[in-house]
Design a protein around this ligand. Structure first.
Ligand code: PEP
Length: 249
């Protein structure tokens, strides 16, 4: 039985006061929970969020360098994230792939470094609208996933999380239908099973793309949807709490 995970990706949003208020509301709204709850603030606020996160909310980063500490101006290392108590790192988000030219190989290097540092990667995969319309969804998702499995080895997926995030659904208000999400999630699980059946059964596959308090329950009801990666709605305490409860149902 896979334990659901609801992860909030705050992207490049927030200020000290806003985050204090949001975290206070989340901590009082998310008491003992049957789902794992994670927030991923901008790196500069990780310390603040970690100091407020309490027992039931884990803290993660939105990106990390694949390199060890050293001469990499502007980057953040895995030992730094560990030092601050981070448990997860989002890797290969479509915004990193499209705006910062992160290739499958860079994402694979980051994945390998993240697992080696003892943090849990959340590997994002997903197709653009054009790719979906050309019937290439599974080719694209398969390429992104297999690039990492082939580089890292399936044994490194024991604590990994996959996030299926159709690019056309991220921040657009357009959500994949429950059926579209389930179809791709089942295909991802089958791709992992080609390497190792046990890992396929254990791996949590999150859906991301305009998840909100109204559509979360229907998406999470699918057999292969093990929670969500939530952008915009994770900045509104009541909505994020409602999404966590939807995963708990
Ligand atoms: C995301 O940033 O990963 C995301 C899914 O954003 P949104 O929920 O706003 O579509």
């Amino acid at each position: 039985m896979r334990r659901a995970l609801v992860a909030g990706n705050w992207k490049m949003n927030g200020r000290t006061d806003f985050i204090n208020e949001l975290m206070n509301e989340l901590v009082s709204g998310i008491q003992a929970s049957a789902v794992d709850v994670l927030v991923c603030p901008p790196a500069i606020y990780l310390s603040q969020v970690k100091s407020m996160s309490g027992s039931f909310i884990a803290v993660g980063a939105q990106n990390v360098s694949e390199n060890p500490d050293g001469a990499f101006t502007g980057e953040i290392s895995l030992p730094m994230l560990r030092d601050l108590g981070c448990e997860y790192v989002i890797l290969g988000h479509s915004e990193r792939r499209s705006l910062y030219a992160e290739t499958d190989l860079v994402v694979a290097d980051k994945f390998i470094a993240t697992v080696a540092a003892g943090l849990k990667p959340i590997l994002c995969v997903g197709e653009t609208l054009e790719e979906r319309e050309q019937g290439k969804t599974l080719d694209v998702v398969g390429r992104q996933l297999k690039a990492v499995i082939d580089a890292a080895g399936i044994d490194k997926f024991a604590d990994a999380v996959i996030a299926y995030e159709p690019v056309w659904a991220i921040g657009t208000g357009k959500t994949a239908t429950s059926e579209q999400a389930q179809d791709v999630h089942a295909a991802i699980r089958a791709m992992i099973a080609e390497y190792d059946a046990k890992t396929a059964l254990a791996t949590r596959i999150l859906y991301g793309g305009s998840v909100n308090a109204r559509n979360a329950a229907e998406l999470f009801a699918n057999d292969d949807v093990d929670g969500g990666l939530v952008g915009g709605a994770s900045l509104k305490a009541n909505d994020f709490i409602a999404i966590c409860h939807a995963a708990d149902a």
